[in-house]
Design a protein around this ligand. Structure first.
Ligand SMILES: [Zn+2]
Length: 190
């Protein structure tokens, strides 16, 4: 492990935050409460998972201009395994029998005297955020809506983590109506 030589004084954080490509991770490391940090992690992982929009049939990764804007807005650097990581993470969130996806390189550095996961590229930053959520016991709150024409990734904030649909008002009610139609069709057939 490589510790910045001036980490003890806290000056290391300034250097880390001026290294291009890892400012996002450094920022996550210096926020003071776990909740604020987790909120950033949730936002980054969800934004990454939802770069594909099944309902709109769009994929940010298929549009280089949009993908560059996405990265720039988050101060992240592209890398070649981004699509495999995105699709792999979506599969992991969608079910337990998911295929493996490429490993990412993440370092541990002291950022304002706090050991922090630091990554140089987008997949590292996303997987570091996912790892922090896992350590906090929040990973299973990340879900993908099971509606075939939706598949939107969301964070289940319900107390007992029982939410299935991205939105009860849209996909949940649509599913309820579908189940009701099925049942009434069955009723007519008997
Ligand atoms: Zn949905």
């Amino acid at each position: 492990m490589h510790w910045p030589e001036n980490a003890i004084t806290g000056e290391g954080s300034a250097r880390v935050s001026h290294t291009p490509g890892n400012r996002y991770s450094a920022y996550c490391g210096v926020v003071s409460t776990a909740e604020v940090s987790a909120a950033h992690d949730v936002e980054l992982v969800l934004d990454f998972l939802n770069t594909v929009d099944v309902e709109q049939r769009t994929d940010v990764l298929d549009d280089l201009a949009r993908w560059r804007i996405w990265l720039t807005e988050r101060d992240l650097v592209d890398d070649p395994s981004v699509r495999a990581t995105r699709d792999g993470l979506r599969a992991v969130v969608g079910g337990p029998h998911a295929p493996a996806f490429p490993a990412a390189t993440v370092r541990i550095e002291l950022v304002t005297a706090t050991p922090t996961l630091v990554a140089d590229t987008v997949t590292g930053a996303v997987l570091a955020a996912a790892t922090r959520l896992s350590v906090l016991g929040e990973w299973d709150r990340l879900k993908i809506c099971p509606a075939d024409d939706c598949r939107w990734a969301f964070f289940d904030r319900s107390r007992n983590r029982s939410r299935t649909w991205c939105s009860m008002r849209v996909c949940g009610n649509r599913e309820k109506a579908r189940a009701w139609r099925e049942r009434s069709k069955l009723g007519q057939a008997q």
